[in-house]
Design a protein around this ligand. Sequence first.
Ligand SMILES: Nc1ncnc2c1ncn2[C@@H]1O[C@H](COP(=O)(O)OP(=O)(O)OP(=O)(O)O)[C@@H](O)[C@H]1O
Ligand SMILES: [Mg+2]
Length: 228
Amino acid sequence: MSDNLVKQPILWTHALTKQVSTGDEQLTILQDVNLQVNAGEAVAIIGASGSGKSTLLGLLAGLDLPTSGKVHLDNIDIFTLDEDSRATLRSKILGFVFQSFQLLPALTALENVMLPLELTAVSNAEATARRLLDRVGLAMRLYHYPKQLSGGEQQRVAIARAFATDPKLLLADEPTGNLDSATGIQIIELMFELNREHGTTLVLVTHDEALSRRCSRQIRLANGQLVQ
Ligand SMILES: Nc1ncnc2c1ncn2[C@@H]1O[C@H](COP(=O)(O)OP(=O)(O)OP(=O)(O)O)[C@@H](O)[C@H]1O
Ligand SMILES: [Mg+2]
């Protein structure tokens, strides 16, 4: 507890709840989730399939709206902002790796990684994107379109894209899920290097034991609730 008083949380939630209606039924996907992540920490979110991990990550990023509850990101109560302001905040401080990658199909690997840099008007977008794609082992795939890349290659492009703007906070959904163990280890190393070098806070949803063990803390979800 005293630890939490001296460290600065970059992310915290209060009673975060998400319900959806499916036909005549009300389904509670997340219930009363209270969590805190301090700046510079690496936290794993673990739990069975369907326990609410991706839903939680989407809410933490302000990509989805809760039914009730709060998310504070970098001292901002994000659901008091409109969608455009949340998008601006995201582009400034957040990197996000989706479980389904979400690369833009009409852009090459290089262009996909350059895009967030161009949106923040960085001058050396191409050089930065090339360097990141090299770090994820894709220097030979710069001009491939997503459909010309394997699942693991697309995932690595998505990781390079998430790191492009040097975010304070990286939220990644199964970042090693589609990778063989050697490539997975490389990606884990890359994420923890950035954590060390830049103080990037990592919040990683994962089934990967090795990845979860590398994190300083594990947050477990079961049926949409945190398990202590
Ligand atoms: N829009 C929605 N409408 C109805 N049900 C939903 C919706 N989104 C998610 N769910 C349900 O909520 C539960 C949690 O989904 P979520 O994708 O967060 O799980 P997860 O922990 O990420 O699972 P996995 O490990 O398989 O990726 C699942 O049972 C899912 O079917
Ligand atoms: Mg998921």
